[in-house]
Design a protein around this ligand. Sequence first.
Ligand code: TYD
Length: 131
Amino acid sequence: MDYKLIEFKVHGDENGKLIAVEGGIDSPFEIKRVYWIYDTLPEIERGKHSHKNLEQIIVAVSGSCEFVLDDGKTKETVILDRPNLGLYIGKNIWRVMKNFSGECKLVVFASDYYDEKEYIRNYDKFLEGVK
Ligand code: TYD
């Protein structure tokens, strides 16, 4: 399945910690868009889509949440619970985000601008596309 976990370098001293992500260096793609997700209640499931072309890296900069990733053949669950851990998700992966902890804040780095036409939001269509 086209996903991987990326450990980011933590710059830390008595002043606290800092992590930097440089497009094409720390991420496998140039970053064109950054967005963040917060205030999601624990019983909510988000995502439920795949992307035809978009690549993303997701970081839980605070709190934790679970990603269920699905390539049409198998499903794998990844837990994001550390600010130095990035989840890279490639193209054509169905993702469901759930079990958001209180104070979960996700930052998402994306390889392209927002384009609703590029989303697949119907699971049967997704399965047809990856067959
Ligand atoms: P949505 O894709 O439904 O979020 P999730 O997959 O996390 O459940 O997006 C929520 C809303 O935000 C939807 O109206 C589209 C809008 N949106 C943008 O305008 N720009 C963006 O970059 C993203 C990711 C979403």
